[in-house]
Design a protein around this ligand. Sequence first.
Ligand code: BDP
Length: 717
Amino acid sequence: MTSLRFVFLFLLISFSASAQKDYKLWLQYNSVTNSAVASEYKNNLKGIVVLGNSETIKIAEKELKTGFLDMLGSIPEIKQNIEGENNLIVGSQLDLSTEIKSELKADFEKINNEGFIIKSISLQKKKQIVISGKNDIAVLYGVFNFLRILQTNKSVKNLNIVDSPKTNIRILNHWDNLDRTVERGYAGFSLWNWQKLPDFIDQRYIDYARANASIGINGTVLTNVNANALILTPQYLEKVEALANVFRPYGIKVYLTARFSAPIEIGNLKTADPKDPEVINWWKTKSAEIYKRIPDFGGFLVKANSEGQPGPQNYGRNHVDGANMLADAVAPFGGVIMWRAFVYSEHDANDRAKQAYAEFQPYDGKFKENVIVQVKNGAIDFQPREPFHPLFGAMPKTPLMMEFQITQEYLGFSTHLVFLPKLFQEVLESDTHQKGKGSTVAKVVDGTLYQNKLTGIAGVANIGNDLNWTGHPFAQANWYGFGRLAWNPYLDSEIIAEEWLRSTFSNDENFIKPVKNIMIESREAVVNYMTPLGLHHIMDTGHHYGPGPWVSNLSRPEWNPTYYHKADKNGIGFDRSKSGTNAVSQYAPEVAKLFDNLETCPEKDLLWFHHVSWDYKLKNGQTLWNGLALKYQEGVNQVREMQNVWNKAEKYVDSERFNEVKMLLEIQLKEAKWWRDACLLYFQQFSGKELPAGVEKSTQTLEYFKSLKFPFAPGNG
Ligand code: BDP
């Protein structure tokens, strides 16, 4: 009996210990096992001097203590004054001594308000390390970066890091509903427990803020873009205020989605016409009410006249009228309006890929100063691969912010291991050529191409109340990588993968190298087994789970996969060339030419821009049909390779996370085969050709795949 109880207790303890590991994200603070590294740290970090006493500084101090204790087994002496050498001096510019300030003068000139300095200096011939910035939040960013150095076992000798974020708004978009369901959420329910707020502050809110601060995220939109006006009522604003109070010391501003028809729904007005004086006044009063509660409220994110959402067009007005009216309401308080360009209409017979550009580009220069237009990375909808959105670079007088999707709506939910920073990087590096060669999307987004003051990157969050936050342990890397790229859109995704692996799992090279490789490959793998060679939007309808290239019966033509792949006896692909919809003409001439010409169009985008015959010869000599089939097979093979690598990682990883990933990879393989088989059987009806050697045959029929139904697939309301 006693021994049984002991076993139970042991299981309980080991369960909660590993559960914590999953929960701790990239802030594991694993013990430094390399003794040379550990002694370097101990020798260089003998004391800590923390200057200032704001809540933020206290958080920074606590973080350092936790980090040191967990990684090195002890906390350096906490000192009131700088005595002796090898101290870590932590504080904002305002709190530094004149001597240190003058030592760092040139560095302070290089950083912006959120930038930080981590530097080894010599004070009266004594070595010290300083972490500073212009304010306490910047210091907190510096502290997290310093702890990352320790976590990744880098040297702390001769430190000289001077770093500032390149964008102003680095923000998560939560598509969370007030009933706690999450649109396109695959990691449980919403973190925000509206029913218990404002009185009950879940520890999760604090841990969420901490995780975000550790990667430099400084904003969060709490609510779904398909908005509910109730969030703007006093009953809910009180709850929002409670969250804002939790997030503030971590440098995170709260934003809300504004339902355009709110003046009618909760304000008892007869109209929401943006030119109506009563409506204008309603939004002004509402904004003042919000700012009274939350003085640093960030502003509103708006989805208007898109997929059935209300907007200015309901009143014969346009996006500029709507955005500017709201901009005026928040301007006195320093707020911004993030107005989404994700629009398309079933009444527009135009290629859907052209509609956002057609509608928004003519508004260039017409928006108020505190409006930023939020543009998805591609012109359709967060597909495994899309060419960059033609609006980037095409609105020189309007700040544009990037919208990435971190939640994997179209990339295998939270069941598939797909490292998204690779996708993000591909988009950010794309050259728009709008202001000559080198006019990359990153330069549009960070404002350097057209000298925009307002800049930002948004990511649709993949976070829910699952124990591990994101459903898949590796999906944590997508949250992490998004934050790192929002801070610096020029970062290499390999560096991000490595940082994340070291901070989340292990510093062992034998683990890092192969696992980093599968992360980097994983994006191409998902493209291969879902939508190779430029195919897109062929997933099943509504929930978007699994393949559905046959779907052709939806009320809106542009919701049907058949609209996008246009497979027929002659070939496959969407002709967006000059002889087709001419969507290519929305790009700068150099880019348009490249995409337009079958010879120069990158093969990865081939079927996005061209309808080509099944016998078309690919660069590798294969016919299109054979090449397509081989790509699907390659995707499946890549997942098998991911499994091989992961199976060898067992000794470097705790058993819970090891097994979780192992089981998930099993599902990923099953679903990769499902995609391959369903798509190839379907397309084969048109090509009329046999599968080439090397491509495995389906064990099921096309009818079987078509018959699969998933009424309760997650994320679909
Ligand atoms: C689509 C999603 C839908 C979102 C929409 C959006 O399927 O749930 O509401 O994007 O971004 O991809 O507004």
